[in-house]
Design a protein around this ligand. Sequence first.
Ligand SMILES: NC(=O)c1ccc[n+]([C@@H]2O[C@H](COP(=O)([O-])OP(=O)(O)OC[C@H]3O[C@@H](n4cnc5c(N)ncnc54)[C@H](OP(=O)(O)O)[C@@H]3O)[C@@H](O)[C@H]2O)c1
Length: 344
Amino acid sequence: MGLFSRRRESGRNTEVIRPPHAPAQHAAFLAALSKDFTAPGESSAVTSVLITGAHGQLGSDLVAVAARTGIPARAYGSRDLDVTDPEAVDGALTEFAHTATADDVTGRAVVINAAAYTAVDAAEADPDAAYAVNAAGPTHLAQTAARLGLGLIQVSTDYVFPGDGTRPYEIDDPTGPQSVYGASKLAGEHAVQEAYPEAHIVRTAWVWGTVGGNFVKTMAKLESARPTLSVVDDQRGTPTFAADLAAGLLELAAADLPGGVLHATNAGETTWFDFARAIFTELGADPERVQPITTAEFPRPAPRPAYSVLSGAAWEAAGLTPLRDWRAALADAFATAPEAFRPA
Ligand SMILES: NC(=O)c1ccc[n+]([C@@H]2O[C@H](COP(=O)([O-])OP(=O)(O)OC[C@H]3O[C@@H](n4cnc5c(N)ncnc54)[C@H](OP(=O)(O)O)[C@@H]3O)[C@@H](O)[C@H]2O)c1
């Protein structure tokens, strides 16, 4: 809370606060991304955003894309704003609401909650920690945002679904999480909907980016350490590039749309095995070094959905820009900044 206290004393503050953990190449990487990556927010009304979980994969890219597109943003890492602390949430959002209206900012003031407990396997043994961040945190944010008249985007997950589908999940398909993590995120969705029906809940999946640990970086590390690799080939989903998702969320923040659930992932679908092979190809390595295995051969503490492709139909119907194909995002990322994914 220390940082937050200092910010309150300093009064107006709409500059972007860059996450200290972001690699130096991150900003350059985002700046160099291809033209079709341009955040649609550039052509929308200026929006002021408050970003929680700003040092995470998505949070870092929300901060970077907001900076690049000129959207005033306040970014809070977990040490600066703990979303499980209702008083801290109240203080930060109240100051944000006052600043957003006092500054020369036109457009909507929107809170984007990128904070989450994302340790899927660890959550099985520590549900209290998962529910505190993924359910209680969003509850505080929704209640406060509703009272202050701020917009709210709550980020959720494909893991709210049971994973036994055979076609992309629509926004109103029955949920049925199989893991503590998925259940805690669904509890967060329900809490937000109850406290603030005007809020947006955006489910995404298989997130990877330049900041933090993720599957792409793990594959790059293993490629340099092992001759061959076994990766599960019976779980289908859609890898989602954090920077593309960030741009989509900022487009949503700038839009004046009724609240509800939306899905936002890159387009297309694949398995972890095929994703790994695509990563090896981008690394210039022989994809045949990646071999398929089944989920049963690779048991984990938390069950994973076998099928968790999310339909973007509602996103498109709302007039929002569809995210590009996951392979295009992967190729673009490696073409632009391969060093971001190679082991140090
Ligand atoms: N990663 C995926 O594959 C995936 C898939 C589907 C949906 N999602 C959803 O996408 C969103 C973003 O995920 P991500 O991949 O960016 O996750 P991430 O990299 O793990 O980032 C989450 C951030 O939340 C912060 N955080 C944790 N507890 C907090 C608290 N009490 N108060 C404030 N901040 C807190 C973490 O900070 P510390 O590191 O300091 O704890 C971390 O920086 C989440 O809602 C997640 O559920 C992710």
